[in-house]
Design a protein around this ligand. Sequence first.
Ligand code: NDP
Length: 283
Amino acid sequence: MGKILDGKAFANELGQNLKEKVNNLKKEGITPHFCVINIGDNPASKIYVRTKKRRADKMGIIQDIYQLSADTKQEEALTLIDKLNADPEINGVMVQLPAPKQIDADELLERIDPNKDVDGLTPINVGHLWMGDHFVEPATAEGIIALLKHYEIPLAGKKAVVIGRSNIVGKPMAALLLEENATVTICHLYTENLAEITKQADIIVSATGQAFLVTADMVKDGAVVVDVGMNHVDGKLVGDVDFDSVKEKASYITPVPGGVGPLTVQFLMEAVVKLTRRQHDRE
Ligand code: NDP
């Protein structure tokens, strides 16, 4: 049976250090402060925003939530981003996605000052990511790499398969695995023979939002399986991976909940503090 990659415990360990860093900044009169813009009433988004707020409070970071109505106009959201970009008290800005249909989310992301881009999703920071000289990275991918390293799982030369190619998870995950010298394959809805590809993998990262997509017959013995998915089935939170069967074949596996989720939130907080320190010349 595979060992559990305990993201929650690792996030808590990192949290202790980060709290200390925040306390040290506070002694110098600096309190990391970031803003989450949430547009509309997506119930999952509201939960994510609250989860971040709880973590920020725990770390001693100020998180403001700008809850905008579902009929918010593009210009209103852009004006808010401009205001937050210009405010020297604000160290980080992020837009909670998805946004309602009338909103061009890409344009909002492009408007965020790259120096305040806690999610690492502005084109400038995405470019830096693929160039290998990044300062902030999308939190989920960064958290997964940190978790694999924490458990001393070798990445260089390994075959890694990422299922999902979103800008938020799949693509940055592939970029960071590539940077660790893994041989990376990215799969998506058009991928033919997904199981044939995943069966070759030493490391599988699934980020699709399809419950139980990854089954035991798709996984080779001893593979490392990372489940990013967060899906609600019969009122229960489950991942993309059929955990009970896959854990029998994997060497390491993340649970849902308690795997990747807590690391995503922790690494967002790490990004807030990193950017705050850089803005105050404390690199
Ligand atoms: P998106 O919907 O933006 O992307 C999903 C990706 O999966 C797409 O690239 C899609 O392919 C691919 N995909 C969907 N179904 C299949 C399939 N059957 N076979 C192969 N590929 C498939 O989602 P996100 O990347 O934003 O999120 C993915 C999941 O991760 C969600 O469950 C989300 O809730 C969760 N999540 C969890 C986080 C955490 O901290 N644990 C953080 C962020 C997200 P195509 O591009 O062809 O459509």
